[in-house]
Design a protein around this ligand. Structure first.
Ligand SMILES: *Cc1c(COP(=O)(O)O)cnc(C)c1O
Length: 416
């Protein structure tokens, strides 16, 4: 084994798995709402010599020598993030969106303090205080929900819950709530009970940056996000906060909850944020939302129910309980995945099945839009999805579906 060997020689097993994964991504439709395809430039930055560098600290103030070039990269990531979302203070070091949320909790709360957030089964995230996550173990958590009739957040109910619970921090934002969040409304509620407000825009970073979704920066005390979802940059997390919270937040990221920053991923963030400033990206983000809206109306036309009746964003949440009561989310996920439409089962508001079974499927458009899908392709996807939901065990339906997916993929390659 030689240090200089390329991967296929140095490690045929891993090399083969990477080649297989690349083929899987090219030949299937990634419709997991949190996924996207990073650009070759982002991947080049992530797979670079920056993986070698220790840079504990922040640009201009590091605990290690030799940081002049990584300082430049981190500064670029911060400057470009500011162009996209605005904000007083920006930290691009969190290893992921979850780490970004943890840093906010560590900086703003003491163990035992109170968090009010959207319930996981109504679209929230594990890192918003679920008991299996450390956020649910360190803090006292109460959750708000969507109205079971409308599938939308009932802000009056949130206010009542906040007044009864007296939280220290209110979390807005979601993973599976298909409607736009009213950040101002949540902010007013948080202020009225003297709580801080964390807006988690993990999923909608790309939509917020292009003005397609309300921007909580400048309203919420803290804004967190993942950098690899709709914004399509290098993998990781980000926190944007007001200047008054800057020092505490930076200390909560490093040394509070992380060691050395992943400079190669920060380079991927810088490159992706740079690309997201372009008109091309603005057109892409618009197309992501348009595609989700076409998917929603095509599914509805075929009598498939959607949570909240539709979407404002980049995904739909199918509620199988009315149209396909015998079918579980897990069955639907399997039937779709088997033909190359890769989605995830998802709980729906008022869920009666377990999170491993569920009654819903979340279907997202960011990744297929990256490969060039538009409304015509979305209509074909909707037809295919409904055919599979109607006949999940019919081999001829599956064969037709597989042929459709293969054709769509070869017409729209991800990487040339
Ligand atoms: C995806 C997501 C996160 C965290 O994502 P990571 O996988 O840790 O990057 C946090 N909050 C919400 C709402 C999310 O959807």
């Amino acid at each position: 084994m030689m240090f200089q060997d390329e991967l296929s020689t140095a490690d045929p097993a891993v090399s083969q798995a990477l080649a297989d994964e690349r083929r899987r991504q090219e030949t299937t439709l990634s419709m997991i709402a949190s996924e996207n395809h990073a650009s070759p430039a982002v991947m080049e930055a992530q797979g670079s010599v920056l993986t070698n560098k220790y840079a504990e600290g922040y640009p201009g103030s590091r605990y290690y020598g030799g940081c002049e070039h990584v300082d430049e990269v981190e500064r670029l990531a911060i400057e470009r993030a500011r162009e996209l979302w605005g904000g007083d203070h920006i930290n691009v070091q969190p290893h992921s969106g979850t780490q970004a949320n943890m840093a906010v909790y560590f900086s703003a709360l003491e163990p035992g303090d109170r968090i009010l957030s959207l319930s996981l089964s109504h679209g929230g995230h594990l890192s918003h205080g679920h008991h299996v996550n450390v956020s649910g173990q360190l803090y006292e958590v109460e959750q708000y929900e969507v109205d079971p009739e409308t599938g939308r957040i009932d802000y009056d109910a949130v206010r009542e819950r906040a007044e009864a619970f007296d939280p220290d921090l209110v979390v807005s934002g979601s993973s599976a709530y298909p409607r736009e969040f009213d950040f101002d409304h949540i902010d007013g509620i948080a202020r009225s009970v003297d709580a801080l407000h964390l807006a988690d825009i993990a999923h909608v970073t790309g939509l917020v940056a292009t003005g397609l979704h309300d921007n909580p920066v400048g309203t919420a005390d803290f804004v967190t996000g993942s950098t690899h979802k709709t914004i399509r940059a290098g993998r990781g997390g980000i926190v944007i906060c007001e200047e008054t919270h800057a020092d505490d937040l930076d200390s909560a990221v490093f040394p509070g909850s992380q060691g050395g920053p992943l400079m190669h991923n920060i380079a991927g963030k810088a490159v992706g944020f740079g690309q997201a400033r372009s008109e091309d990206f603005a057109a892409y983000a618009e197309r992501v939302v348009e595609n989700a809206s076409v998917l929603a109306s095509e599914l509805r036309e075929r009598d498939v129910s959607l949570v909240s009746g539709g979407t404002d964003k980049h995904f739909v949440l199918v509620d199988l309980r009315e149209s396909h009561p015998e079918l579980t989310g897990a069955d639907a996920e399997t039937a779709l995945n088997d033909v190359g439409i890769v989605v995830n089962k998802n709980t729906v508001p008022g869920e009666t099945r377990s999170p491993f079974v569920t009654s819903g499927v979340r279907i997202g458009t960011p990744a297929v839009t990256t490969r060039g899908f538009g409304p015509a392709e979305m209509t074909e996807v909707a037809e295919t999805v409904v055919a599979l939901l109607d006949a999940p065990d019919d081999p001829s339906v599956a064969a037709d579906a597989r042929a459709t997916v293969e054709r769509l993929c070869s017409e729209h390659p991800v990487y040339e």
